[in-house]
Write a protein that binds this ligand. Structure first.
Ligand code: EPZ
Length: 442
């Protein structure tokens, strides 16, 4: 098993390049199942989740190959070569619950799909009831058998669908229904659609393939079904806003000064607003008009003062993203006062609380809310990662803590952060990857 060994105290200074978005690439790769013509994607991040999706698509009759080798973001070509296999089995779905986003494309193109119910995960039970409700509204017949979702249809038919749930909209549910509706007969209106930038990126690829989608990025999306979808050539995946947000917070927590390139400043305004109140300046540092990929400079207003406490509530986009909640908590644990963090999307998403507590953070959880009572500094300790963003939070805490922090089970990080330790080391962090066994006191 691998771990990161981090010695805290270094201010991060330098330049980090942001990779393509994992959460955009996954549903877009699944959408390659909607056509028998090739899809070429650029800026696909080199991550474990992407590798899992490639393996799943191969099992579903879709060939995926690299167009230009290289450890950095790569270009890939995807093309369906056979339409028989339609079963996404438990062994692969349980390693990556985002596999659920093959359900809509398989059903729409092949008329049948068998996808293992994705189990819960460290951040909550992760139901897919809204996905299924949306596909049934399009005319799918859905049954459950041996833990698998079995969906069939002769032809999906457009209709108006409300996709809201108790926690707001669903990102992958919107992706599934929008992808399926692209090949349905007639027009579909999705009300209470997810507005995330990843949905906009997916709609742009589907429209490049010949779909007729309008309103992506707003709560109401309309999809006029077409007979056939074609090729999608040279689509560049949007930059990863959560990776960018994580490194922006890394600069803040170390009191450093970072420049991020290929940074999607346009989709980080909730974070920028909050950090402004914490005392961290995040500004565009170039003159490009395209704020989805620009140069961004992060600096603490005054390196000597501690972050100011704030009140933070996670919400669906464009609200503050749940995927940056843990990272912000690490920063606020050293604020000059008490902050209040409320998690409205995944109320159980607090596995980082106990681990940050091992590093001296004073955190008091009451249900979906944590009171963060700021301390002068954190103390390095051995901690264990549990899910992707909680792991990132522990790395950020280690960068600022006094002494040495060992973050174990960093395979969680490799799911969503490309060469995190290398990117951090290149801007001054004292961090390296080691092999440890579970029993070692490392
Ligand atoms: C996507 O997950 C992201 N994953 C998550 O990022 C992100 O945290 C989440 O959206 C919210 O922004 C990918 O895009 C691969 P949801 P998704 O359906 O679509 C409830 C990361 O760290 N819900 O928008 O699975 C659900 O329980 C990952 O990169 C239902 O009740 O999330 C949650 O409370 C973690 N029924 C809320 O909706 C459903 O059928 C939002 O979930 C579906 C969801």
């Amino acid at each position: 098993m691998e771990a990161f060994v981090i010695t805290g105290g270094n201010k991060l200074e330098g330049r980090i390049s942001i990779s393509g978005s994992k959460n955009s690439a996954l549903p877009i790769m699944a959408a390659s199942l909607l056509s028998s013509e090739p899809m070429i994607l650029q800026d696909v991040p080199n991550l474990r989740d992407i590798k899992n999706m490639r393996a799943l698509l191969k099992l579903l009759g879709c060939d995926v190959c690299d167009l230009e080798a290289g450890a950095k973001d790569s270009a890939i070509r995807l093309q369906v070569t056979e339409e028989e296999p339609c079963w996404a089995k438990y062994d692969i779905v349980c390693t990556m619950r985002a596999s659920i986003c093959v359900l809509g494309p398989l059903l729409a193109k092949r008329g049948k799909a068998r996808v293992s119910m994705p189990g819960g995960c460290a951040i909550g039970e992760r139901p897919v009831d809204i996905h299924l409700r949306g596909l049934e509204a399009l005319g799918a017949r859905i049954t459950l058998e041996d833990g698998d979702i079995i969906a069939t249809t002769d032809k999906l038919k457009g209709t108006t669908i409300y996709l809201g749930g108790p926690f707001g909209s669903t990102v992958l549910g919107t992706a599934n229904v929008m992808s399926a509706a692209a090949l349905a007969e007639g027009t579909t209106i999705i009300e209470c659609a997810a507005c995330e930038p990843e949905i906009v990126d997916l709609a742009n690829v589907l429209n490049a393939m010949g779909a007729k989608i309008a309103g992506a990025g707003t709560p109401r999306i309309s999809i006029e079904g077409v007979e056939k979808l074609h090729t999608a050539l040279e689509h560049r995946i949007i930059a990863d806003r959560i990776e960018a947000g994580t490194y922006i917070i890394a600069a803040a927590i170390t009191g450093g000064e970072l420049v991020l390139d290929n940074c999607p400043l346009d989709s980080l305004l909730a974070l920028v607003d909050l950090l402004g109140r914490v005392g961290v300046e995040v500004n565009q540092a170039d003159l490009t008009e395209d704020k989805r990929r620009c140069l961004v400079k992060v600096k603490c207003a005054d390196n000597k003062t501690r972050p100011r406490p704030v009140q933070l509530t996670t919400q669906p986009y464009p609200g503050f993203p749940t995927d940056l909640q843990a990272q912000m908590m690490a920063l606020l644990s050293m604020a000059d006062g008490n902050s209040v963090v409320t998690e409205r999307i995944f109320p159980e998403r607090f596995l980082h609380v106990a681990e940050l507590g091992r590093m001296g953070a004073r955190l008091y959880r009451q249900g979906p809310t944590v009171i963060v009572s700021g301390v002068d500094n954190l103390i390095g300790a051995p901690v264990t990662a549990s899910d992707l963003r909680a792991s990132a939070s522990l790395v950020l805490a280690g960068l600022a803590a006094k002494g040495r922090t060992i973050v174990r089970r960093v395979y969680h990080l490799d799911r969503g952060y490309e060469q995190m330790e290398k990117k951090l080391e290149a801007v001054g962090a004292d961090i390296h990857r080691v092999n440890v066994d579970e029993t070692s006191n490392l």
